[in-house]
Design a protein around this ligand. Structure first.
Ligand SMILES: [Zn+2]
Length: 148
C-alpha cells in the first residue's frame, strides 16, 4: 500500500545520524510493524560492518520481522514446529509480545546485487545481536536482541 509505514527510521551511531531502514520493511503481511530500538541499532551496525568488510555499499533486506500468533501458525503449517522436527519456535522472538526484537535478513552488495553468504552475514551479526542463526536452508539469517 502506497505510503503505509513509509517512514525513515533514524539512528544515532557514534554521534552520526543515519537511516537505512524504513518502518514498512518491518511490516507483517497485514501492515503491522514493530521494531525495537536495540534491533534497529544492531541492524545499522551490522550494515556498517558489511560495508567495511566489502569496501562498498551493502544493503540488508528484511525478509521477516514482527509476527502475530496467526502469522506464526501459518509459518508452522508450512515449516513445522521445532518440537515436531520443523524450524518454527513456539515462543518465537518474532512475536509482538517481545517488542520487535527479531528480524530475518539477507544482504546484497548494492552495485552488483551479489548475495552476501549467510555465514558471512551471520558472523557480522554476532557482533551486535545477542542471538543469531545462519544455517537455514533458504539462506536467510535470523538475528534478535533477546536479553542475554
Ligand atoms: Zn527469524
Amino acid at each position: 500500500m502506497h505510503g503505509r509505514n513509509n517512514i525513515s527510521l533514524l539512528t544515532d551511531l557514534d554521534g552520526e545520524r543515519i537511516s537505512h531502514f524504513k518502518l514498512r520493511e518491518f511490516e507483517n503481511k497485514d501492515g503491522l510493524a514493530m521494531v525495537h530500538t536495540n534491533t534497529l541499532i544492531a541492524l545499522e551496525k551490522t550494515r556498517r560492518a558489511l560495508c567495511t568488510h566489502y569496501g562498498t555499499d551493502v544493503q540488508i533486506l528484511i525478509t521477516d520481522a514482527v509476527r502475530t500468533l496467526e502469522d506464526l501458525k501459518r509459518l508452522a503449517a508450512r515449516y513445522g514446529w521445532i518440537d515436531e522436527g520443523g524450524t518454527v519456535a513456539r515462543r518465537s522472538k518474532h512475536l509482538a509480545e517481545f517488542g520487535g526484537i527479531a528480524v530475518d535478513i539477507i544482504a546484497v552488495v548494492t552495485h552488483n546485487r551479489n548475495p552476501v553468504p549467510p555465514k558471512v552475514l551471520g558472523s557480522l551479526c554476532r557482533r551486535y545481536f545477542n542471538f543469531v542463526k545462519d544455517d537455514y536452508r533458504d539462506g536467510h539469517v535470523h538475528a534478535d536482541t533477546r536479553e542475554k
